[in-house]
Ligand binder design. Structure first.
Ligand SMILES: O=C(O)c1cccc(C(=O)CC[C@H]2O[C@@H](n3cnc4c(=O)[nH]cnc43)[C@H](O)[C@@H]2O)c1
Length: 229
């Protein structure tokens, strides 16, 4: 099964390809100037930060693929919701959720599907995502997509109240999932937790630790995906 991995930035892509087996990694040019790196296990695309950039990049790669992908993985660092996902841990999605796509009303937030426009949840393939989570020792839970990094305890509490099982938040998953759904390809999101979702504290971010966890995750993931049809 061919797998497309979409990251936001080059450092996350480097973690994914770091342990590629022979013949190593090769650059594949794509329209729009996107950087796609091909290894024996994954095609890795740097899509940019945020859902719109991620959707545009994913749609481009899927549209020009010479052979179809069996799975798209949205991968990178992310914020963890205590106590589900401590810093340094991994989260594998059982669903990818657009957490701030909708309308703010006098009665609170209404997601866009409740407004009658589109969807806000993309379930991940249940068996495969559970298998991946078990193989990685990761939490298996919803991953939220936001367009603004949560920066206060009040916002974190509101998101947790609306999505009590959610273990992580990031900024690209739902964009990747929307593009993949348009091409009929399932999506799993894998996040290595760099920080706790809550009050903004740059000093508390552990990006290096999270990138190391991401690298190990994709080392462990390769044989699991090789066994998939
Ligand atoms: O607040 C800051 O100054 C700050 C420091 C380091 C990184 C950022 C980002 O905005 C990173 C966004 C980037 O990383 C993913 N990410 C990581 N943690 C989170 C989070 O808690 N909530 C949402 N996204 C997060 C995200 O997917 C982006 O690609 C800010």
């Amino acid at each position: 099964m061919r797998v497309l991995v979409v990251t936001a930035v080059a450092a996350e892509a480097a973690a994914v390809v770091a342990d590629a087996g022979p013949p190593g990694a090769a650059a594949v040019p794509l329209p729009g100037g996107y950087a796609l790196t091909r290894t024996p296990d994954y095609d890795v695309l740097v899509g940019g930060v945020g859902p719109a950039a991620a959707a545009a990049a994913t749609a481009t790669a899927l549209a020009v693929a010479d052979t179809p992908y069996g799975l798209v993985v949205s991968a990178g660092i992310g914020g963890g919701f205590p106590p589900h996902a401590p810093v340094g841990s991994l989260v594998v999605s059982d669903a990818v959720v657009a957490a701030d796509l909708g309308a703010d009303t006098a009665d609170g937030f209404l997601p866009v599907d409740k407004l009658g426009f589109g969807r806000t949840v993309h379930p991940s393939p249940a068996g495969l995502s559970a298998l991946v989570a078990a193989a990685l020792g990761a939490a298996h839970a919803p991953v939220l997509t936001v367009s603004t990094v949560t920066g206060s305890a009040a916002r974190a509490a509101e998101l947790a109240r609306r999505h009590p099982r959610a273990a992580a938040e990031a900024m690209e998953g739902f964009g990747v999932a929307e593009a993949a759904a348009a091409h009929g390809v399932p999506v799993v999101e894998i996040r290595a937790v760099s920080n706790a979702v809550g009050p903004r504290d740059r000093a508390a971010w552990r990006i290096g630790e999270a990138l190391a966890a991401l690298r190990k995750a994709f080392q462990q993931l390769a044989p699991v995906l090789q066994e998939q049809p």
